[in-house]
Ligand binder design. Structure first.
Ligand code: SAM
Length: 228
């Protein structure tokens, strides 16, 4: 078995949707209570739909920390297709998954995607772009978030989907939150599944207005932060 294959294990979560487990960190990519259920709640309902309702906008730039399976990008595509919104989706990912592994995830049927739409979430050109549709462009940055230097005031919405603060504390520091704050436009929205006190304090310290809101099933609370 190659090192690559031994790093990822396929698993099924309680809502029937697939996830991956990073065997080195012993961390799952999503909640085992339901991968799609969690992503829909944290990133789509409390992030994307909250943003679009509060700050109606036909063109949005989204940044995701931790692209992983591409599930958040796929759900964002499905949702924004209903709203006629043009999306530029940038994501940082240190360990992009290969398309053979991606094909084993059961998102095509569960999300109602065509095979070619699904493939476009895991196939990038030489410049790391993928054009899912005329309205949805992805740029995958194969760069560690810690050294990524984003353009300031360029992003409307951030999905912060790193492994947990206890598994990867280096991604939840004041410096990391400051990078997020600076990369966001005003108004801008940041969301994550974690509600940890240290993360909340770091967000406040760099200037965010922080909201602790109900989380998905199995998780009492999550965080949303606003740059106003
Ligand atoms: C919780 S999983 C993300 C799940 C993903 N959003 C999804 O829906 O599948 C965390 C992701 O962050 C990536 N990652 C870990 N360390 C990173 C780093 N320093 N910079 C960028 N990505 C990193 C992991 O490889 C993993 O794909």
């Amino acid at each position: 078995m190659s090192i690559y294959r031994s790093m990822f294990q396929l698993a099924e979560t309680k809502d029937g949707s697939s996830t991956l487990i990073n065997t080195q960190l012993q961390q799952s990519y999503h909640s085992m209570h339901g991968a799609i259920q969690e992503s829909m709640h944290v990133f789509i309902k409390e992030g994307l739909l909250y943003y679009l309702e509060k700050f109606p906008n036909q063109n949005i730039e989204i940044f995701e920390m931790g692209y992983g399976t591409g599930l958040n990008a796929m759900l964002t595509y499905v949702e924004t297709s209903k709203h006629q919104v043009y999306v530029v989706y940038k994501a940082a990912e240190l360990f992009p998954i290969q398309s053979e592994l991606a094909k084993k995830l059961n998102y095509i049927d569960l999300l109602g995607l065509t095979e070619s739409q699904f493939t476009s979430f895991h196939t990038f050109d030489t410049k790391s772009f993928s054009y899912v549709s005329a309205n949805f462009k992805i740029e995958l940055l194969k760069t560690p978030f810690e050294i990524y230097q984003p353009t300031e005031n360029s992003i409307d919405l951030i999905y912060f989907d790193a492994f947990s603060p206890s598994a990867q504390p280096e991604l939840w520091t004041i410096e990391a939150m400051d990078k997020c704050y600076k990369m966001l436009r005003s108004p801008g929205v940041w969301v994550t599944y974690s509600a940890k006190g240290a993360v909340r304090r770091a967000l406040r310290e760099v200037g965010f207005q922080v909201q602790k809101i109900p989380g998905p099933p199995g998780k009492r609370e999550m965080l949303r932060a606003l740059k106003i």
